[in-house]
Design a protein around this ligand. Structure first.
Ligand SMILES: Nc1ncnc2c1ncn2[C@@H]1O[C@H](COP(=O)(O)OP(=O)(O)O)[C@@H](O)[C@H]1O
Ligand SMILES: N[C@@H](CCC(=O)OP(=O)(O)O)C(=O)O
Length: 372
């Protein structure tokens, strides 16, 4: 078997606090520069990479001279706000050596639960990736309250993988991968080279965090693999300290623990659309649009729509039906039903004139569409 990253074009790479901050000793410039170098090289090979980086709290504590992780939420939030500055500065300067830009994106649970914000985050991330920019994502710790925090960035990484329809989630940590038990406590633990994401046996092997700066430990990584698999993304858990780990994985080397997603991407996406979102309305397509969707794999443009039925918001799921009323596809719509009824039948170049603004040229982007 070769690495699951060989055929992956869209990657989410997550680096944990202990790695980024040298176990809480301060930002590990050498390590961060090495990942930036590797990411720059795989982007040049044609892959797209989103980086989810932890370390804000640990770096903030270091900058504020705090020896013990605070327990008060407002102190944790203050530390995160201070540390995040250091994190983004470091990433920006390391990537700029490769002539690349970075973008800071801070997300909360609500951003991903709300359909409208979800679509906005998704289209911003895709735009950044198309521009060759490396998005650097962290949780927006300063505003996230205890009850709704992701807490660990493994969960956030998997949600970002779902969000951008990534092919793979790579979790870099301070261990070579998953062992049959926490290797810090069990010297005889067996290394697990591969498995299926979602296998309950893996959850039994995984324990909590290994260091004072990490949160979640291996269990959140295994659960993240299960979640990433729901949109068809494979997961690799590997050591961020392994030399050229991302390059070697991209070239096929089997490093770390490889957890394969059981479902193929299109089926996973279908399942995800079916599970998470209720149908809010219908758009009736002309014959040209039916062909564009079903035969040419195109997005749905307003010009191919002849009628709008029902009332829906941006980000809700609508059915696409042909002139006979047969459903041929469903997807996340970029405009409300009111807006859609104003722009239907019109070329996308007219959207701005009619509505006074333009969110997207497509009514439903093909990435947000599944054929029935
Ligand atoms: N079965 C296991 N295999 C490997 N590591 C495990 C296992 N169970 C628990 N761990 C612990 O998980 C730690 C990694 O998670 P964590 O400390 O949260 O780091 P990160 O900041 O990278 O997310 C390891 O250092 C290890 O001690
Ligand atoms: N948002 C937090 C991340 C929390 C965290 O510690 O995550 P991780 O070390 O990846 O398990 C931070 O930047 O400090």
């Amino acid at each position: 078997m070769t690495s699951l990253l060989v055929d992956a074009n869209y990657l989410v790479v997550k680096v944990g606090s202990s790695l980024v901050t040298n176990n809480g000793e301060g930002l590990d410039q050498k390590a961060i520069a090495a990942w930036a170098d590797q990411i720059a090289r795989i982007v040049k090979q044609g892959k797209h990479v989103v980086l989810v980086s932890s370390g804000a709290v640990a770096e903030g504590m270091q900058r504020l001279g705090w020896k013990k992780r605070p327990t008060l939420v407002n102190e944790l939030q203050a530390a995160a706000a201070v540390g995040q500055m250091g994190l983004v500065q470091m990433y920006e300067s390391c990537f700029s050596l490769h002539g690349m830009h970075t973008a800071q994106i801070l997300l909360t649970h609500e951003d991903l639960a709300d359909r409208k914000r979800y679509l906005n985050a998704r289209s911003t991330l895709r735009t950044l990736l198309d521009l060759g920019v490396i998005p650097i994502i962290n949780e927006n710790d300063t505003v996230a309250t205890e009850e709704i925090r992701f807490g660990d960035n493994d969960t956030l990484g998997s949600l970002v993988a779902n969000l951008i329809d990534a092919d793979a989630l790579v979790i870099l940590t301070d261990q070579p991968g998953l062992y049959s038990a926490d290797p810090r406590k069990h010297a005889d633990a067996r290394f697990i080279q591969q498995g299926m994401a979602g296998d309950i046996e893996l959850e039994k092997m995984a324990g909590g965090a290994g260091s004072a700066v990490g949160t979640g430990g291996m269990l959140t990584k295994i659960l993240a693999a299960k979640r990433a698999a729901r949109s068809g993304a494979h997961t690799v858990i590997a050591s961020g300290r392994e030399h050229d780990v991302l390059i070697r994985l991209a070239n096929g080397e089997l490093i770390g623990t490889h957890l394969r997603a059981g479902q193929i991407k299109t089926l996973a996406k279908k399942q995800w659309l079916a599970d998470h979102l209720r149908l809010s309305g219908r758009v009736v397509l002309d014959d040209g649009a039916v062909k564009a969707l079903t035969q040419d794999g195109k997005s749905l443009l307003p010009i191919g729509v002849v009628a709008i039925e029902g009332s829906f918001e941006r980000g809700e799921v609508v059915a696409c039906v042909d002139a006979q009323g047969h459903e041929i596809a469903r997807g996340l719509v970029n405009y409300t039903s009111l807006e859609a009824s104003r722009i239907l039948g019109q070329p996308s170049s007219e959207i701005e004139r009619i509505l006074g603004y333009i969110d997207e040229a497509e009514l439903i982007h093909r990435d947000n569409l599944i054929l029935i």
